[in-house]
Design a protein around this ligand. Structure first.
Ligand code: 5GP
Length: 216
């Protein structure tokens, strides 16, 4: 199932020059390259929506992982609605949000830190679609899946827009992968660097200048 990897971006992909696209002026010096243009992101999400519609047969309980997942979630749900409308397989979507941290003081932990309620009992008996922008080591997703399962949903699928190619990569964790990317830090399309760059539409790599400028 090579399709499972999504669009594979190789390690030697240099990205596009930022000058070839438009982006907020305040990031002029801060972007090294445009890694994935917004248009390509949108086209891929449309395809992911098709996969979702092929798998789900009843109403979808979407669980959006904040903050990074908000744009992906909004666009994916929109495409699910559009495709459903066009193919007479309209499924009702309900969206719930969770905000979590798997890192405490720079340290990745096995424990999930919920910001807000841990109670996900609204998932009981439901067909759940977890929507997350970035799966890196997979620790966060593994812990979340374990937690979600305790509420006994009928079925759980995971959509990850970006999955990093890391040595510890867990195969099969993400059911719908947008892009498999090299182990580089990326921003944009709601992914941040210390809360900056969420307002950038393209997925980009930060420049040295940008890293210095927004360091805390
Ligand atoms: P994991 O538990 O899979 O190692 O980490 C997942 C989380 O790490 C993501 O939800 C995201 O917040 C953060 N993360 C990992 N890689 C990146 C990256 O390249 N860019 C940004 N902005 N966040 C990342």
């Amino acid at each position: 199932r090579g399709m499972k990897r999504g669009i594979v971006i190789e390690d030697d992909w240099p990205g596009h020059s930022p000058d070839l696209f438009t982006y907020p002026e305040h990031y002029q010096e801060d972007i090294e390259c445009v890694y994935i243009p917004n248009g390509v992101i949108m086209n891929r999400i449309e395809r992911l929506a098709r996969y979702v519609l092929d798998d789900f047969t009843e109403n979808i309980m979407v669980l959006c992982v904040l903050k990074g997942g908000y744009k992906f979630c909004a666009d994916l749900v929109e495409f699910i609605k559009i495709l459903g409308r066009n193919s007479n397989t309209y499924l009702e979507t309900r969206v719930e949000f969770i905000r979590l941290k798997s890192y405490v003081n720079d340290q990745s932990t096995e424990e999930l830190h919920f910001m807000g309620s841990r109670d996900l009992s609204f998932l009981r008996g439901k067909s759940v679609l977890i929507v997350e922008a970035m799966v890196d080591t997979g620790k966060t997703m593994k812990a979340l899946l374990k937690h979600v399962e305790t509420f006994e949903p009928k079925m759980v699928k995971v959509a990850g827009l970006l999955v990093k190619r890391v040595p510890t990569m867990t195969e099969g964790l993400t059911d719908y992968v947008g892009f498999e990317i090299p182990n580089r830090f990326v921003v944009g399309y709601a992914l941040d660097y210390n809360e900056y760059f969420r307002d950038l539409n393209h997925i980009c790599v930060i420049s040295g200048t940008g890293k210095m400028k927004y360091k805390i």
